[in-house]
Design a protein around this ligand. Structure first.
Ligand code: ADP
Ligand code: MG
Length: 352
């Protein structure tokens, strides 16, 4: 018996080493778990859709980094699909104008269906077929005031009613027509980012693409998210919106413009005239709250901001109400009008 027992036991020194080893392994495991599972705030700035894509993502390692990278990839893919400058779906649609329908991806088909509805409900204040006219003004490269005759010729090629969308196949009625999704692209990019966040395990995130912002999850630390509203007169913010989530987009005449013969021409056109909209507004900010019954609330907020800028204060307010969206309208005289849904959520003057 005695000898058996002795055989079964390790000598004291070896037992101590083994114990030490187990302890070290547990400790190492704990350190790795601590590092990987740590709550983290991660920031990433990329460039896509002709502007900065800024993200702040909260979650446990390594999710925030992975989700932010996936969001950038998703946005780049969207840009390839919907930019007339690239060679994806929309560019293909434009090159086939007046001819055979072009098949789009399911998601872009759905996006266009929702935007077509906005073209209709805004009485054409938003018109996604402004391509031929935007090309003439050339705001991105060498902006110039078009000749009246030239402009009239191009205007004859504008009309969202001549877009035929059947399922995911799209065609433009006449040769020379072309889509320009500049008014909704940045908001749609925010939609893509939020889709990526909800597919991943991140807890919360903010994404900003140009004048559009998407808010995901609950703000870490509690309370509402704070979104600055740019001061049309300066470079700072005019005030701050406190929001539980959703999407915010701003359209302003100060974003892109040029001066010719003492007159300013900005890049938001009135589709009825082909000239910059003169509705008495300098900027419109639109909030699409969480839970709206649309697939692309970010694109909707962006499209609504552009449409409201063209429509002006009264018709714009009515359009927002019909969608259940909120808005802040700033007139040339500096008057600020806030829709009912945003009352109490806007504070003037914070954030300088
Ligand atoms: P930004 O491009 O600065 O984010 P907007 O969201 O207001 O500003 O979009 C302006 C862009 O939308 C223009 O550059 C042009 O490509 C396009 N656009 C201008 N006016 C209209 C309009 N009435 N309907 C649809 N698209 C428009
Ligand atoms: Mg817009």
């Amino acid at each position: 018996m005695m000898t058996d027992e002795r055989k079964a036991r390790l000598p004291l020194g070896k037992r101590a080493i083994l114990l030490g080893l187990v302890f070290a392994m547990v400790l190492a495991g704990l350190i790795i778990w601590q590092f990987l599972g740590r709550e983290r705030e991660y920031e990433l700035t990329a460039f896509a859709m002709g502007s900065y894509v800024q993200q702040t993502v909260w979650g446990r390692e390594p999710e925030p980094e992975a989700a932010a990278a996936e969001a950038v990839q998703g946005i780049e893919e969207l840009e390839r699909e919907i930019s007339w400058r690239r060679d994806g779906g929309v560019a293909h649609v434009n090159s086939q104008a007046g001819g055979e329908p072009v098949a789009l991806s399911d998601s872009v088909g759905e996006l266009l269906a929702e935007m077509m509805e906005l073209c209709e409900r805004s009485s054409g204040a938003l018109d996604i077929t402004l391509g031929p006219v935007m090309g003439l003004w050339d705001f991105a490269n060498e902006p110039r005031l078009p000749e009246a005759g030239e402009l009239a010729e191009r205007m004859a090629l504008v009309g969202w009613q001549e877009v035929e969308l059947t399922g995911d196949s799209l065609s433009l009625g006449r040769e020379g027509m072309s889509l320009d999704l500049g008014a909704i692209g940045k908001g749609a990019a925010c939609d893509v980012a939020l889709d990526e966040y909800s597919r991943s395990q991140v807890q919360a995130a903010v994404v900003a693409v140009g004048g559009s912002v998407g808010l995901y999850g609950h703000k870490p630390g509690g309370g509402d998210w704070q979104v600055g509203v740019r001061d049309p007169e300066g470079s700072g913010s005019l005030g701050v919106l406190s929001l539980p989530g959703g999407f915010v987009s701003t359209s302003g005449s100060y974003e892109k413009y040029f001066e010719q013969d003492g007159k300013l021409y900005h890049h938001i056109l009135d589709p009825r005239t082909g000239y910059p909209a003169e509705s008495g507004l300098v900027s419109v900010t639109v909030w699409c709250p969480p839970g709206m019954d649309v697939k692309y609330p970010g694109a909707l907020s962006d499209g609504l901001a552009t449409a409201c800028f063209v429509l002006g204060l009264e018709d714009g307010m009515e359009l927002l109400e019909s969608y259940g969206a909120g808005g802040i309208f700033i007139t040339e005289g500096g008057d600020i009008t806030i829709t009912e849904g945003l009352e109490g959520r806007f504070t003037l003057g914070e954030g300088g």
